[in-house]
Design a protein around this ligand. Structure first.
Ligand SMILES: *Cc1c(COP(=O)(O)O)cnc(C)c1O
Length: 396
């Protein structure tokens, strides 16, 4: 039996029925014109979601992590220096990947709960008078702590330092759910995955690549074969792939973008902001706080809830799964046990969100935490009923 409870992990997210149906299709020859007909709208749609008019969209059969690897190996060479801040598990994993590829990573250690430190990034760029730094890496939305970083601010830091480094952004848990302006922010490679804002299963790495990054690709010498953009672009020109594409997922991606645009991207972003705010109202009602240090850092897609002293966030996640069949995210790395995470991205309605908050609250009571039933749920209910309409429910 499959439970129809929504999931509240910060990816993979709930899959709309229309998208599941779009993915479920008979075998199609990926070298035929029918594949090209399906592929084109998916690529054009990703361009609009990223806001990228020039450059290329690359869609790999992989996941977000493969997208990072593709970004690095296609543009850099062994020994190159890259600049990155570490403030959570995902920013950490990107740094680790660069190191394993033989890159020299200049790491700015930043407390978990904070975002990309703009002043320190600018100082590091200004200090790099020999222009050793070839790329700046940023995690737009740190999924481990629920922290959003100021990507436009990092572009300003690059400009202020008049630094020519490439600018790569991990938007795996933000793209499609939070405003993303690849061109406006001067991002050279943006990385997304299929299983978060795009509401699909995992299986696609989705990248936007600027003309500047394409230029760097010609000189880069890190080894790559499966992820080689050059092979991909050559095959794209002929309407296909250098290998077998994930045809069903690409059909689902086209459907996903159609649904996002039907709702209206602005409405999608507003809906995510509203759910994040409702979640924070509930957390305040419980007498808790988000892990994100200040309100400007609050993520609209995931909230890491700091649990009270003496409580363990992982206990709540385990109980929610075993007793109520509902999935929340555990704390990772430095914040393991200290937080639990509520993913509020992708297909969610007011009713779905409230079910998650209510179950979290029941778990707290079950665990003997001093949280009165209703304290968080009522605060979220009060906010939701007074803050505009549920755009998904209204459209159905
Ligand atoms: C989920 C996630 C990833 C990893 O993506 P996979 O698709 O699991 O490889 C990377 N970065 C961020 C910010 C994420 O949320």
């Amino acid at each position: 039996m499959s439970l129809q409870n929504p999931v509240f992990i910060p990816g993979p997210t709930n899959i709309p029925e229309e998208i599941r149906k779009a993915c479920d299709m008979p075998t199609l020859d990926h070298r035929s014109p029918s594949f090209a007909r399906m592929f084109k709208p998916a690529v054009a749609g990703v361009r609009r979601v990223l806001n990228l008019s020039e450059g290329e969209i690359i869609i790999l059969p992989s996941t977000g992590t493969g997208g990072w690897e593709a970004a690095i190996t296609n543009t850099l060479s062994a020994g190159d220096t890259v600049l990155a801040a570490r403030f959570g598990m995902f920013s950490h994993r990107w740094i680790d990947m660069c190191q394993r590829h033989g890159l020299n990573v200049q790491v700015i250690e930043t407390p978990w709960g904070n975002g990309a430190p703009l002043a320190e990034i600018e100082a590091a760029l200004r200090a790099d008078t020999d222009r050793k730094i070839k790329a700046v890496l940023a995690t737009h939305n740190e999924t481990a702590t629920g922290v959003k970083s100021d990507i436009g601010g990092i572009r300003n830091a690059l400009n202020a330092a008049d630094h020519p480094a490439l600018f790569f952004v991990d938007g795996v848990s933000s793209i499609g759910s939070m405003p993303f302006d690849m061109e406006g922010w001067g991002v050279d490679i943006a990385v997304a995955g299929s299983q978060k804002g795009f509401m699909l299963t995992a299986g696609l790495a989705i990248l936007g690549v600027s003309p500047k990054a394409l230029n760097a690709m010609e000189k880069a010498t890190l080894p790559r074969t499966f992820f080689d953009f050059r092979d991909m672009l050559k095959s794209y020109a002929a309407g296909g792939y250098p290998y077998t594409p994930a045809v069903g997922l690409i059909a689902g991606l086209a459907k996903s973008i159609e649904m996002l645009e039907e709702e209206g991207l602005e409405n999608v972003y507003a809906r995510h902001h509203r759910f994040a705010e409702a979640t924070r109202r509930a957390i305040a009602g419980w007498g808790m706080r988000p892990c994100a240090a200040t309100p400007d850092l609050y993520s609209d897609t995931v909230t890491a809830v700091v649990v009270p002293e003496g409580c363990n966030g992982t206990d709540l996640v385990q109980l929610a799964a075993s007793k109520y069949g509902m999935a929340f995210g555990v704390g990772l790395g430095e914040v393991a046990g200290k937080v639990f995470r509520i993913g509020h991205l992708g297909m969610l309605t007011d009713a779905m969100l409230l079910s998650g908050l209510a179950v979290a609250e029941m778990c707290m009571a079950d665990l003997g935490w001093k949280v009165p039933l209703g304290s968080g749920v009522a605060a979220a209910q009060e906010y939701l009923r007074n803050s505009g309409t549920d755009t998904l429910a209204a459209a159905a």
